[in-house]
Design a protein around this ligand. Structure first.
Ligand code: NDP
Ligand code: MG
Length: 382
């Protein structure tokens, strides 16, 4: 039995991971021993009882909680997730926290688990090679859960040749068919209604702006060491990504879109132990469209700053702030791009001596995130 900790157990990925654990092979081979949430105690309580958890973490409890509940230790407050990961000392940690907060959870998991199943793309986007080098130093395995990166990881298994190009696929998001000049009036409700995937709020908005694809371009660059990256739209999300080799061979990863597949793969790797529906190949059409960068300017911006860890970090921080403001009615959908653009320009001026180089410490990563958020908030108020 391998032991497992799930950071972000109450979220979209966390819940789908629990569904995976309730299937045949996983029930017998993986034991869930801990999990964390931001504030969702009601969900956590159910999981403690159902899985007889050893320890959990809750960052922002809305009520007074004991230090133990039904033989499960409860860590609370700012560093609680890192402490719970250390205490559980599980074989595998699935990091499915949303946003930049997941970075510290990933670093803790690198210290204490043998394998990190990484859904939290922000850890790579903002931490860059600093995080990957840490995993290398401690000889820990990071397996991406993001569907495109899981696909590329699988496509490259057994390959000794570095692909000349990576092509990430995108659905185009929830407002992909709305005329460009009407985009500024789309509401959070319309944007949160994704045509293919059911995901957390931020990533659903990020799919509509393609900020998510920008983050994934950064993620792919660091994970696979390839800078020649392109994006194509595959509207039904059956092709999860493509690698192109010099001999003209394209390898594509094809299947029904469902996050349980990459979640399960990351846990059972190198074996495939999840059973899932197969699409009918006869009559299947595989179609790709080019990205219209007038519709998705944030993706163009991401390509412009690719390989610059400080600006990638600022891109993410500004977007987190802007999306929160959009969801609470503070700014328009199209303002998200402008907030990111202005924040990046300001950060470029402030860090003019150091943009372009790798991060050398966690403190530096946290500092860039903090300053970028402050700048983004100022632009929102203007
Ligand atoms: P959700 O918003 O659905 O869930 C987020 C989870 O993280 C919740 O358990 C939440 O707890 C917890 N959380 C949020 N903030 C904090 C914090 N500051 N400290 C501790 N815990 C926190 O997100 P998703 O599941 O959609 O996404 C999770 C990650 O996976 C993201 O990085 C996303 O980009 C990535 N991803 C998601 C995909 C998807 O299909 N959903 C696909 C590919 C990647 P609480 O419930 O208490 O708020
Ligand atoms: Mg993805």
């Amino acid at each position: 039995m391998k032991t497992l900790f799930i950071a972000g157990i109450s979220g979209s990925i966390g819940e789908q991971a629990l569904e995976v654990l309730n299937t045949e092979w996983f029930k017998e081979n993986v034991k869930l021993i801990g999990g964390s949430v931001y504030s969702n105690w009601n969900k956590l309580k159910i999981d403690i009882d159902k899985y007889k958890l050893k320890a959990v973490a809750i960052v922002n409890a809305q009520q007074n909680l004991p230090n133990d509940y039904n033989d499960c230790k409860i860590f609370q407050g700012e560093d609680s997730v890192e402490k719970a990961i250390q205490y559980c000392d599980s074989d595998i940690s699935l990091i499915a926290t949303s946003g930049f907060s997941g970075l510290k959870h990933t670093i803790s998991a690198i210290n204490f688990s043998e394998r990190i199943c990484l859904a939290n793309k922000e850890s790579i986007v903002c931490g860059g090679n600093y995080v990957l080098n840490l995993a290398k130093k401690f000889k820990k395995l990071i397996i991406p859960v993001d569907s495109e990166h899981s696909a590329i990881y699988q496509l490259l298994l057994g390959e000794v040749t570095i692909p000349e190009k990576i092509i990430l696929t995108a659905s185009g998001g929830s407002v992909r068919d709305i005329p460009i000049d009407s985009l500024e009036n789309v509401t959070p409700k319309e944007v949160l209604n994704h045509p293919v995937w059911s995901m957390g709020a931020r990533i659903t908005v990020d799919s509509a702006t393609m900020v998510n694809k920008g983050l994934e371009v950064f993620e792919a660059y660091h994970l696979f060491g390839v800078k020649n990256i392109d994006v194509l739209i595959n509207r039904d999300s059956h092709v999860h990504s493509i690698v192109q080799f010099s001999d003209g061979v394209f390898k594509m990863h094809f299947g029904l879109p469902n996050m349980k597949v990459p979640i399960a793969f990351s846990i059972s790797y190198p074996e495939r132990k999840f059973n899932f529906n197969k699409p009918l190949l006869s009559n299947t059409k595989i179609e790709f469209q080019k990205v219209d960068y007038n519709r998705y300017p944030s993706l163009q911006l991401a390509f412009n700053i690719l390989g610059n860890p400080i600006l990638q970090n600022a891109f993410n921080a500004a977007d987190e702030v802007a999306v929160e403001s959009f969801l609470s009615g503070g700014i328009k959908f199209t303002d998200i791009y402008y907030i990111i653009y202005k924040t990046i320009n300001k950060i470029q001026q402030e860090f003019s001596n150091s943009t372009g180089r790798e991060f050398i410490s966690l403190e530096e990563i946290l500092e860039v995130d903090k300053i970028s958020r402050t700048i983004a908030k100022q632009f929102i108020l203007q």
